[in-house]
Design a protein around this ligand. Structure first.
Ligand SMILES: Cc1cc2nc3c(=O)[nH]c(=O)nc-3n(C[C@H](O)[C@H](O)[C@H](O)COP(=O)(O)OP(=O)(O)OC[C@H]3O[C@@H](n4cnc5c(N)ncnc54)[C@H](O)[C@@H]3O)c2cc1C
Length: 374
């Protein structure tokens, strides 16, 4: 029986295992160095889902993610509160709206007066346009999604082992010949690299250039005496985002310091210097908010074009990549897992063609750029 070894058991690795588990011709092993997922991005994300992307494939992957979350029922904690992109000049939102609508996304363009009418707590004087996802966008329980993917994989016969991959080993032809782990070498017929932010450094142990780096993002949770009724996930032109969470709100934004691999502590000055002033400018009642806690996780940033890397590497054809999603991988995990499982089972993509995400585009210098990276 051929064996698949998935390296990294976060949302992406588990999604591949979950979707392939139905194919009983394969033995599937997943090695994950930390079953508590303390540093995994899948456990530290803001767990939100949107259709407002700039590439048709990312929109379609979100639609598959949405269908998976809706299929989980209440356990997914899905709240379709919508994303609201705000802009000071209308052109980009208008262009993206055309593309998104063509791809079946339910996005409405709103003029400043309409924004003020719908969300009276929002300051709109500097805005030209907003784009609001009426359905199919919102936030969910990210941990529940990770656990559901893992549960399906385990129920289908995949084996999880708590093991760290130390080195990828290649033979003379360039193919992967084994993975050196803390307890010895593991061999398989096919391998999936799904180590999130650590994928680039692990690939480098085999001399493979996978341009994925650990880019720290901080999330801050706050409460405010100002109610913000029907608050969607707001993307401010300043780079700030915020959304409701329980009785309060979450927010984040572009880091001040974006050097790769910074320690996983929330960035000290970002909230006070940048986010709080931007929050108070957009929602005047947020001036007297109270920050309650903060955490940090890594975006698995693909420095080439800020999009996922999915599929075989030409120079190492039995190694499939599932990494580099640059901050939107949780919502895309179900669709990517399904696609890679189809490719492994049948030699091609069936549900959705993921070939635009092939790593071949790096060698060919053809970026498949996602403009809406938050
Ligand atoms: C603050 C923040 C907010 C985010 N918000 C969103 C959002 O709103 N929506 C969204 O869709 N995405 C969001 N993301 C991105 C999303 O979390 C990631 O794209 C996604 O979780 C990546 O999943 P993964 O399985 O590739 O990585 P991970 O979840 O990091 O999993 C990789 C796993 O590999 C394991 N591993 C690493 N190295 C080794 C090794 N050598 N041997 C064995 N195991 C190893 C790790 O322990 C880890 O469990 C956010 C991320 C962050 C940090």
């Amino acid at each position: 029986m051929p064996e698949l070894l998935v390296i990294g058991g976060g949302a992406l690795g588990s999604a591949v295992a979950a979707h392939l588990a139905g194919d009983k011709r394969w033995r599937i092993r997943v090695i994950e160095r930390d079953a508590s997922y303390a540093r995994a991005s899948s456990a530290l994300s803001a767990a939100s889902i949107r259709q407002q992307f700039s590439t048709p494939l990312n929109i379609a992957l979100s639609q598959l993610g949405l269908a998976f979350l809706r299929g989980m029922g209440e356990r997914a904690g899905l709240h379709e509160g919508g994303y609201l992109y705000l802009a000071r000049e209308p052109q980009r939102l208008t262009e993206l709206h055309e593309l998104q609508t063509r791809c079946g996304a339910d996005i409405e363009l709103l003029m400043p007066a309409q924004l003020a009418e719908r969300w009276p707590w929002l300051a709109t004087q500097d805005l030209a346009l907003g784009a609001f996802g009426r359905s199919g966008e919102g936030w969910f329980d990210g941990w529940a999604l990770l656990m559901e993917l893992r549960r399906i994989a385990l129920a289908g016969g995949a084996e999880y082992q708590q093991l760290e991959a130390l080195e990828l080993m290649r033979d003379g032809s360039g193919a992967l010949d084994g993975v050196l782990t803390t307890t010895g070498v593991l061999q398989a017929d096919l391998y999936v690299l799904a180590c999130g932010a650590w994928s680039g450094s692990l690939a480098a142990t085999a001399g493979l250039d996978v341009p994925v780096v650990a880019s720290r993002r901080s999330v801050y949770q706050f409460r405010s005496p100002q109610a913000a009724a029907q608050c969607p996930l707001v993307i401010d032109p300043s780079g700030l985002w915020f959304r409701p969470e329980g009785e309060g709100f979450l927010c984040g934004g572009e880091p001040l310091d974006d050097r790769p691999g910074l320690p996983l502590d929330p960035e000290p000055d970002l909230f006070e210097q940048q986010l709080w002033p931007a929050l108070a400018a957009r929602v005047p009642g947020f001036e007297s908010l109270r920050m309650e806690r903060a955490w940090a996780g890594y975006y698995e940033m693909n420095s080439f074009d800020h999009n996922g890397l999915v599929g075989a590497l030409d120079e190492c054809p039995n190694l499939l990549l599932a990494c580099g999603f640059s901050g939107h991988g949780l919502q895309h995990a179900p669709g990517v897992g399904r696609g890679l499982a189809e490719w492994i089972s049948s030699g091609g993509y069936q549900t959705l063609d993921l070939s635009p995400l092939s790593p071949r585009r790096i060698a060919e210098q053809r970026p498949y750029r996602e403009l809406n990276v938050i």
